[in-house]
Write a protein that binds this ligand. Sequence first.
Ligand code: WQD
Length: 340
Amino acid sequence: MAKILVTGGTGFIGSHTVVELHNAGYEVLIVDDFSNSDPKILDQIQSIIGIRPDFINLDLCDEAKVKAFVTEHTDITGVIHFAAFKAVGESVQQPLKYYRNNFYSLLNLIGAFNSSTDFVFSSSCTVYGQPDVLPVTEEAPTKKAESPYGNTKQIAEEMLQEICAVSPALNVISLRYFNPVGAHHTALIGELPIGVPQNLVPFITQSAIGKRGPITVFGNDYNTPDGSAVRDYIHVVDLAKAHVAAIKRLEDKKAETNYEVFNLGTGKGSSVLQIIAAFEESTGEKLNYAIGPRREGDVEQVWGDVTKSTKDLGWTAALDINEMMLSAWNWEKYLKDNPF
Ligand code: WQD
């Protein structure tokens, strides 16, 4: 049975991907240091899939430990590397923490695994900045990142491409996520923001449940239909399924090159005000919000062209905004009754 190492496997996207890998018949080994997640997620995953996933607490920034780990686990056929710090605002305040963690972990893994291991890298649409043409395709130029976080994703992609160019037996796919939202339909796993949520949807659900005050809409003077910024929101379960599709593509070895990049979005844009309206309509909850100033570093509008993912990964997002909002709300209600 193929065995996939999932680094950061107790995180938001990682935990949902562990579930979908299991559902697709893969054996999974999670590596995490709980720096941005909770050990209880292992229990939650077990409740969903019926078995407790193998887990090892490993500091991926420790090169010797990573090498020893890889030497011991020769049965790993593929790696999905989620483990990274991802808070845009925090990265501006603590760039060294972000460059060290996000680069050391990636380089230690790529350096330790031999070239016969398939490798999926968690990247982000943030590499596009504000695209000149929408929807944005994988061929669009990347732009100077607005944050150290975004820079780590851009530079990591460049490093992987250059390493693959001289390591023909290496097989790598970078997945550029748009805006992952929502939660598993069981409401047993979902997004676990630490502190005040920086992202829109977790702030909405915490505001709706009374944990936060009114939502601030960061600007309604953009050149968009209703003035609020537009993003491509994608259900985290659809995103997780795309990772299984990426592993399958690497196993099939049908790609013409050993380094590929894919957009993971729905191909549709939604504004902040549309998300607020969709949440109210889906859940029946009334939200309190006010219009505030734009947030530093935000782009005006971005949504993905997902033609290549549909064609080469055989994958398309299936869950709509209604399911995204409802699942996020059910998870928030679960957390209220079952605080971590
Ligand atoms: C979405 C929209 C905000 C909060 C970030 C990262 C990206 C990826 C996803 C990791 C924007 C507006 C938000 C609020 C608001 N992360 N907003 N009020 O910034 O598009 O992307 O998260 O890969 O790399 O950059 O997501 O959810 O923070 O914001 O009006 O309280 O909601 O201005 O227009 P973003 P977000």
